[in-house]
Design a binder for this molecule. Structure first.
Ligand code: GRF
Length: 185
């Protein structure tokens, strides 16, 4: 059985795509949602789907032992970072090596790294003049937005795109890709 924890800081539409995809398979489920943001809509989505969720204060999140204990209690064997704005501690990354995934709303290695989150990413894509963007699912290693790329899909950047319209279309693509990831586990 694949027992997933999803870490999410915001709206959680990616989390929702993961929850929905799990309904199509018997061997993968979301057992836990962790957020660092008490106002994250992701927490409400977890509650609505009767998934245990924790909003954990930064000072506690920084205590690797507490997080690892929690993951052990829920027998978590896969971590997915879906719009999680805090860095995952290296010790956790090492413990879950090869079983920790992140989704990024651009074609890494372009538009990755520090400060490249939310609308900043899509603004940078538009400013670059690139005509193609997309999303990337990659394994997480101790460097931000690096690690083996396991899925990358593209969409066109339209002449009249704003950062918001681009974000929305990339998000739709992300949801399709996350479904594929879940069904491939
Ligand atoms: C997504 O674009 C994801 O790629 C990025 O953060 C966003 C999260 O969106 N890491 P949501 O909160 O899941 O709707």
């Amino acid at each position: 059985m694949n027992n997933i924890v999803v870490f999410a800081s915001g709206n959680g539409s990616d989390l929702q795509a993961i929850i929905d995809a799990c309904k199509e398979t018997d061997n993968t489920r979301v057992v836990l949602v962790i957020s660092n943001n008490p106002n994250a809509y992701a927490l409400k989505r977890a509650r609505d789907s009767e998934i245990n969720s924790y909003c954990i204060d930064d000072s506690v999140l920084d205590s690797t032992d507490v997080v690892l204990d929690l993951l052990a209690i829920y027998q978590v064997n896969i971590i997915i970072l879906a719009g999680y704005l805090k860095k995952i501690d290296d010790e956790i990354v090492k413990e879950y090596e090869n079983n920790i995934y992140n989704i990024h709303p651009a074609l890494l290695p372009k538009f990755g790294g520090k400060g490249m989150y939310g609308l900043n990413v899509h603004k940078a894509v538009i400013e670059s003049g690139d005509k193609v963007t997309g999303a990337t699912i990659h394994r997480v290693c101790t460097e931000y937005d690096t690690g083996e790329i396991i899925m990358q899909e593209t969409i066109a950047v339209l002449d009249d795109d704003t950062a918001e319209t681009l974000r929305n279309r990339v998000l739709e693509l992300e949801h399709i890709m996350l479904r594929k990831l879940i069904l491939s586990l």
